[in-house]
Design a protein around this ligand. Structure first.
Ligand SMILES: *Cc1c(COP(=O)(O)O)cnc(C)c1O
Length: 430
């Protein structure tokens, strides 16, 4: 495969955009090589500007559950474009999409749309703080909730659970309100509640997809719910990635645990910039203009984005078997990767949830971020490069989940498995 045009485009981009990209992971920092610059997508395929074709297991990091250029979504968007791009005034589309979602969840009476997952989570946290009148929050190491200040946190020094900034530019004064706990470890959460009496909320990716795919254990979520109730803290499920991905209802279609606030993004906009957060009407009534918690957005509920989301969610709802079909493909792919690993003598652990899949080059199960950090990132980088060269586009970091889209055929899955077998064999046998 040739990447000449992408290499050229990357250096051009580098001159005018930091790192050549508008979101860091795209720069291929975690793997070898240059990111292919994309010309277009079509169904399950991605085409770069050198005219290489890839089976796309990234799907814009999750949103494209129907693949690229789905006709129903495309038509809804085009029709909407002709009516005007933005009004900054209410449209019926927002009510329609909100209704579609509210109908699905007993614990969500109302929701508000924003333009990204980051905004959804940031706003949900402000709401939780406003409702409870408390400042502290608990998050889990390895969970990603967007790039807002109080969530860019890493473990603090020594034994303390209070976090410190994971990025320059984030004041420690802000992150001191963020306590860090360990995923799937209820004692670590208990400890946070011992250290602070002012915990407004615990936020979790109930099916973590940002340290690779690491689902929370049911008994852990149950215990988390109990702890929150005991201490009067709200439980936030960040389903920006798992929402409409792990199942139609996201983690809530799999777990019996009911969160107080839910955030969505990615699939909810079908590739357009949309995020949302929702809760009971009591909680949501605190939000401006009904209540005093301020939150706003010039382009929030943008009609084009709403049209895309509406077409996508409606399409998801009329296909009751869709997630089983997607999961069967995800399972087959991961089983194939395991076979490939066995043949080549590489340790690999895999998991799936609905249309999400994940694998680690590791010899033990991954239950939290510490485990995830043990994965063999060097082997992953070479594997990624070899797969790319065989026309298989995987997430360019071993700390990301992968996705199956509805337009992926069994033949494509087998093709990817064959590529994996060759790639892994090359890794260990040259
Ligand atoms: C992607 C993601 C976000 C951030 O969403 P953006 O649209 O990138 O701002 C937040 N939470 C989770 C779980 C995500 O996967």
């Amino acid at each position: 495969m040739k990447f000449d045009k992408s290499i050229e485009a990357f250096s051009e981009a580098y001159r005018v955009i930091p790192g050549g990209v508008d979101s860091p992971v795209r720069a291929f920092g975690g793997v070898e090589g240059t990111p292919p610059f994309i010309a277009r997508g079509e169904g399950a395929y991605l085409y770069d500007i050198d005219d290489n074709r890839y089976i796309d297991f990234v799907q814009s990091w999750g949103p494209l559950i129907f693949g690229h250029c789905d006709k129903d979504i495309e038509n809804a968007v085009l029709e909407s474009v002709r009516q005007g791009l933005s009004f900054g005034a209410p449209t019926e589309l927002e009510t329609q999409l909100a209704t579609q979602i509210v109908e699905m969840f007993d614990n969500v009476d109302k929701l508000r749309f924003v333009s990204s997952g980051t905004e959804a989570v940031m706003s949900a946290i402000r709401l939780a703080r406003g409702v409870t009148g408390r400042d502290d929050i608990v998050k889990f190491a390895g969970c990603y909730h967007g790039h807002s200040d109080s969530l860019l946190v890493q473990a603090g020094s020594g034994a303390t659970t209070f976090g410190s900034p994971s990025s320059p530019g984030v004041p420690a004064d802000l992150t001191k309100h963020t306590l860090l706990a360990r995923y799937n470890d209820i004692q670590s959460v208990q400890k946070c509640f011992e250290e602070s009496e002012a915990i407004a909320c615990v936020i979790i990716e109930p099916i973590a997809g940002n340290m690779g795919l690491v689902p929370a254990k049911e008994e852990f979520l149950v215990a988390l719910r109990e702890l929150c109730d005991k201490h009067g803290a709200l439980l936030i499920f960040d389903e920006v990635m798992s929402g409409f991905r792990a199942s139609l209802k996201g983690a809530q279609g799999i777990s019996a645990v009911v969160p107080d606030i839910v955030t969505w993004g990615k699939v909810i906009g079908a590739g357009m910039p949309v995020g949302a957060f929702g809760a009971s009407k009591e909680i949501m009534s605190h939000l401006s203009p009904e209540g005093k918690v301020y939150q706003a957005g010039t382009l929030s509920g943008n009609p084009i984005a709403m049209s895309a989301g509406l077409a996508s969610i409606q399409k998801l709802k009329i296909q009751p078997n869709l997630y089983d079909e997607l999961n069967a493909k995800a399972k087959r792919l991961m089983q194939g990767f395991e076979e490939a690993g066995n043949q080549a003598g590489l340790n690999i652990v895999t998991d799936t949830r609905g249309s999400m899949f994940g694998f680690f080059f590791s010899d033990k199960p991954v239950q939290n971020f510490d485990d995830a950090l043990q994965n063999d990132t060097k082997t992953f980088a070479s594997f990624h490069n070899k797969m790319l060269n065989r026309g298989v586009y995987l997430a360019c970091s071993s700390f990301e989940a992968g996705f199956i889209s509805s337009v992926m055929t069994d033949a494509m899955i087998e093709e990817a498995i064959e590529a994996a077998k060759e790639a892994m064999m090359e890794l260990t046998h040259g």
